[in-house]
Design a protein around this ligand. Sequence first.
Ligand SMILES: Cc1cc2nc3c(=O)[nH]c(=O)nc-3n(C[C@H](O)[C@H](O)[C@H](O)COP(=O)(O)OP(=O)(O)OC[C@H]3O[C@@H](n4cnc5c(N)ncnc54)[C@H](O)[C@@H]3O)c2cc1C
Length: 498
Amino acid sequence: MDRRRFLQSSIAAGVSAALPASQAFAAFQALTQVTGDVRAVTGEGREISLEQAAVQELVDSLRGNLLMPGNPGYDVARRVLNASIDRHPALIVQPTGVADIQNAVTFARERRLLLAVKCGGHSFAGKSTCDGGMQIDLSLFRHARIDPQSRTAYVAGGSLLAALDHEAMAHGLVTPAGTVSHTGVGGLSTAGGFGRISRRFGLTLDNIKGVDIVTADGNLVRASGEENPELYWGVRGGGGNFGIVTSFRYALHPMQRQVIGGEVVFPLDRARDLIRFYADFSVQAPDDLYIDFYVNATASGQGSGAGFHICYSGPENKAEAVLAPVRKLGEPAFTNLGPVDYVAIQRSWDYTDFRNIGEYMKSGFVNEYPDNMLDAAISGFEADPGRNTMLYFQQSGGAIGRVPVAATAFPHRNALAAMMVLASWPLDTDGSRHIDYLRDYWSTIEPRTDGFYTVDVANEAQQYVNNNYQGNFPRLLKVKKQYDPDNLFRLNANIAPA
Ligand SMILES: Cc1cc2nc3c(=O)[nH]c(=O)nc-3n(C[C@H](O)[C@H](O)[C@H](O)COP(=O)(O)OP(=O)(O)OC[C@H]3O[C@@H](n4cnc5c(N)ncnc54)[C@H](O)[C@@H]3O)c2cc1C
């Protein structure tokens, strides 16, 4: 044991005698002892051995944690929201600051390690965890600071949306974010960011003024309209392809705290007429109305229905006129549509249970609502007592569609909605038949879609992923070659540099 580790251990031992157990544990946790060489895999899938001394040096270089199988916290860190993803990284680094991120990235690059980056862990496909590589889990790297004068939010790259919404609204300010507040800023802001006020203020990525990002060479780079503008362009839609964003700077907009929001739900047998209503009504909606349509069949049948999720953030005296067509649809089976605090509605879909379910999803953007697509969406929808089944349209348009396609790397500006079909089932049951069903169902709809939201990419063929970036792909490829020529950041909608 070198002098530094000896001193650290002695101090830790002294401290642990004086502190309650929980605090003593926190002081001790960073001192992971590496007991031997570590088997790992490279990004190309080659098995390698990491020398004990090198891994120990990495541990010693961190202020945050390095976790290995068996360490307390390892099983929580490696997991993502989709509980059917069960992967085991060889090493998990939990940085507490930028220097830790730089050290971890440098270690991974020098050994060509498979590298996963986890912020909120919402990646459906499980891109933020891995088998045998290194996971950088940003859950100890969370912070949001608001500067009301310049209307800017400074948000650490591991933060969840909840912090951004909560802190900004304390100043009567907002930036558009997703609809579930424990989603991470890292994955959502670099890929898109559709939410309840995006039709007014654009996607989350349209509101990024600049980022600090640790690129594959381990350097901390500032990217904005003035500094490294190509990287700035690429980060806004290129997902995690270029590095780890350590700080987002978001533009903020004044907005009232109270909006009108909630659900309006009808019995399942209304699904066919409601989807047609949605196709007509949603495309004419003003920017300050956000309306999603869904059909939801639960395993038990309880709570099943077809309906709308609404958030109206415009002038109060216009609300009833804007919402009148929805009110005219008849008496709903359930509704809670009414005045609601914006931060509360942003949290209203958060999960409070442990996700003991497997999930599978297919999705794509829709630029129009042809009859045959609407028919296919309803005809192919099957309730099943073994799963929850959902068809969902998340509305786009408004300000999102007024940004030129080449202004950011995100190309899907013509979309009216992001359409999704999802199945979820208890983890202790076989999900394969639900996955088969969903694939068949989606195959009848997919021809009417135009690309997909990159956050949903599973293991699709490279050409399919490239095509999805549409005309922005060649420029993205140039940025990738400049900032990540060896494809260290590959667990994403990957832009393969070779
Ligand atoms: C329940 C649920 C609700 C959702 N609702 C919405 C919604 O309303 N609107 C919407 O637009 N999307 C929504 N999504 C999709 C969501 O935006 C993506 O899943 C997104 O990737 C989640 O980000 P995350 O940080 O939580 O994910 P993670 O799984 O932690 O990360 C996903 C990927 O993001 C990249 N990444 C993470 N952190 C960073 C960082 N700091 N710097 C660079 N790259 C990073 C990595 O490549 C990683 O593989 C939802 C997803 C779920 C599961």
